[in-house]
Design a protein around this ligand. Structure first.
Ligand SMILES: *[C@@H]1O[C@H](CO)[C@@H](O)[C@H](O)[C@H]1NC(C)=O
Ligand SMILES: *[C@@H]1O[C@H](CO)[C@@H](O)[C@H](O)[C@H]1NC(C)=O
Ligand SMILES: *[C@@H]1O[C@H](CO)[C@@H](O)[C@H](O)[C@H]1NC(C)=O
Ligand SMILES: *[C@@H]1O[C@H](CO)[C@@H](O)[C@H](O)[C@H]1NC(C)=O
Ligand SMILES: *[C@@H]1O[C@H](CO)[C@@H](O)[C@H](O)[C@H]1NC(C)=O
Ligand SMILES: [Cu+2]
Length: 578
């Protein structure tokens, strides 16, 4: 079976050959032309541009950008209801990290929490050659113990919009996230960058408390949602002393005629959003960290972990308009589905609530934006795919509800990360680490790994699947059963990104280039599902994973500090670890 598959795929691969970016191939033959990025030349980027193949080439800025982040616990009331949060530097969202394409980022993270470890993931970044800074406890590092500091160092080889968040159990659901803006070219012009816009579901009970019931299977109904970390909540008539009121709606001001860029990010625990702004058309220019051929729409459906870069032209009549998170009620339940709103004003002095109405047809599906809409600007085909890893998604009940991948639910030991085993030269990993080893079969040509996840649960739920360490090419995303062959695959410049939705009772087929040795997690980004083990990890080209001695020291010190901390740890691990 494996053999015949190989020959079939080799035949398919033969016809499409190697990756050839067919956007302006002639550019390579001309001398480099420098062109400055401006409001009317967003495709330019000095000696580089929107046409640069950013998988092969990175600007050498010679610049290092350094940040310090403090992980804290404390009370917060983003919607006027007081509860306990986990934060970066006391704010939800945390500080926005900004760098240019090609910069080096150095980020010092200090864990100032009482008893939880932590570990910070830079979502969607390839970590090319720096797998040890991917921030997954039990995979790429030991947790940072309370009181300890770990310094993450990596190169920015991509550009666009993303976020960073804790990957330690449910911490990001408590507020441990922030935005990342990586400046670079874009596929359409705009006047002003408004920055990141977070769409989030929010509970008045802490996620670590909700977990006690969530882990049994049914996702809890959350109380509300926040737009960019803020919302109002009606405390009138409430006798709850935590309902202090004083929450605010997110607001932004448009100047007529200008074009604004929003970097919309879904960082929910369980929900899907259908983002829109009353009276305005959205021009979508990026999916995750991949610039796309712009398309226009009246709403954009966003699954957890996904980002859409959206340009909005202020071309409506002067007035106040609702900006709508657009909670999709068929995907997860929430007590305040229609209240996840913000306000766009044309007059900064206006304080009235908009009276605008939406003309958007409310979505009832939990799927991604239409596959055909997501066309990467840098056109790259998938070629050589010698092997397909197919995995069945199911579930079991073993002290709590657990998702399984080929019968195994992910369970990591934070103190024994996968990379520690790699550094020790082990090639056998614990079964519950769900490791799939992949490596090129030859060193001469680029090869792709293919992962097919088949939903066999019969539950019909959709899952936003995120891969670390790579962008992936979405070969197939459909209901029904995978036939074991490449016959359903689209290899011609398919959508490319780092989170795509696995359709319920269907399958998702992803391809990625075997160009980044490391230990890379693949997981559902629904927070409960990740905690319930819906994950596997690729160990890519194990013998080529190399870490220099300074980085090895960081790794070892973090583990040593964690190991001397855990004997006094208050809480036990009671989920998959991620
Ligand atoms: C662009 O390339 C030229 C020639 O290699 C070099 O002199 C110049 O410094 C580069 N400019 C930037 C902004 O990198
Ligand atoms: C975060 O807080 C620390 C002090 O706790 C401070 O040194 C640092 O500059 C802050 N970081 C940002 C990005 O604001
Ligand atoms: C992390 O902190 C939360 C909130 O205090 C607690 O419920 C949980 O058990 C802790 N988990 C670990 C593994 O320390
Ligand atoms: C959302 O908040 C962040 C700060 O947390 C800010 O940088 C950003 O500009 C805000 N987004 C918008 C669209 O105003
Ligand atoms: C997972 O199980 C399926 C069905 O039994 C099998 O075809 C597939 O090869 C397995 N995948 C791996 C990576 O072992
Ligand atoms: Cu899921």
């Amino acid at each position: 079976m494996r053999q015949s598959l190989f020959f079939l795929l080799a035949a398919v691969a033969g016809s499409s050959a190697l990756t050839i970016p067919h956007v302006h191939p002639e550019a390579n033959l001309l001398p480099r032309q420098s062109c400055e990025n401006s409001a009317t030349s967003r495709s330019c980027w000095g000696n580089y541009s929107i046409d640069t193949n950013y998988y092969d080439e990175t600007p050498d800025t010679g610049k290092t950008v350094e940040y310090w982040l403090s992980v804290e616990e404390g009370s917060c009331a983003p919607d006027g209801y007081t509860r306990t949060c986990m934060t970066f530097n006391g704010t939800v969202p945390g500080p926005t990290l900004i760098a240019d394409w090609g910069d080096n980022l150095v980020i010092h993270v200090t864990n100032n929490m009482q008893t939880n470890g932590t570990s910070i993931h830079w979502h969607g970044l390839r970590q090319l050659g720096t797998t040890e800074y991917d921030g997954v406890p039990g995979v790429s590092q030991c947790p940072i113990a309370p009181g300890d500091t770990m310094t993450y160092k990596f190169r920015v080889t991509q550009y666009g919009s993303t976020w960073y968040h804790s990957h330690f159990s449910l911490q990001y659901a408590e507020g441990l996230f922030g935005g990342m803006i990586l400046n670079g070219p874009a596929t359409a012009d705009y006047d002003e960058d408004l920055g990141t816009l977070f769409l989030q579901d929010w509970s008045h009970i802490e996620a670590f408390t909700l977990w006690n019931t969530a882990k049994l299977g049914a996702p809890p109904t959350l109380d509300t949602g926040l737009i960019n970390g803020t919302n109002t909540f009606d405390c009138s008539g409430s006798t709850d002393s935590n309902c202090v009121g004083g929450g605010k709606k997110f607001e932004t001001v448009f100047e007529s005629g200008k074009k604004y860029r929003f970097r919309v990010i879904n960082i929910a625990i369980e929900g899907v959003f259908q983002f829109s702004i009353d009276g305005h058309t959205l021009t979508v220019i990026g999916t995750d960290l991949v610039p796309i051929v712009p398309y226009t729409t009246d709403s954009v459906q966003i699954a957890i972990g996904q980002r859409y870069d959206i340009i909005v032209e202020a071309n409506a009549a002067s007035g106040d308009y609702w900006l709508r998170g657009g909670w999709v009620t068929t995907c997860a339940t929430n007590s305040n589905p229609d209240g996840m709103t913000g306000i766009v004003r044309y007059d900064a002095s206006s304080t009235s609530d908009p009276t605008s109405t939406s003309t958007v047809t409310a979505s009832t599906s939990c799927s991604d934006e239409p596959y055909a809409s997501l066309v990467p600007h840098l056109s790259l085909d998938v070629g050589n795919m010698p092997t397909i890893t197919s995995e069945d998604l199911s579930f079991t009940f073993d002290s709590y509800f657990k998702w399984t991948i080929n019968s195994s639910s992910l369970l990591l030991d934070w103190a024994e990360p996968t990379l520690m085993k790699v550094f020790n030269g082990d090639s056998i990993f614990p079964t519950e680490y769900n490791v799939v080893a992949v490596q090129p079969s030859s060193s001469t040509a680029t090869e792709w790994a293919v992962l097919v996840i088949q939903d066999t649960t019969g539950l019909g739920l959709n899952h936003p699947i995120h891969l670390h360490g790579h962008d992936f090419w979405v070969l197939a995303q459909t209901t029904g059963m995978f036939d074991g062959t490449a016959s359903s695959f689209n290899t011609a410049n398919p959508p490319r990104r780092d989170v795509a939705t696995l359709p319920g009772n269907g399958y998702l087929a992803l391809a990625f280039q075997l160009d980044n040795p490391g230990a890379w997690l693949v997981h559902c980004h629904i927070a409960w599902h990740a905690s319930q083990g819906l994950s596997l990890e690729f160990v890519e080209s194990e013998s080529s994973i190399s870490v220099d001695s300074a980085d090895q020291t960081v790794f070892t010190n973090t583990c040593n500090t964690w190991n001397s901390y855990i004997p006094t740890e208050v809480w036990p691990q009671d989920d998959s670890g991620i």
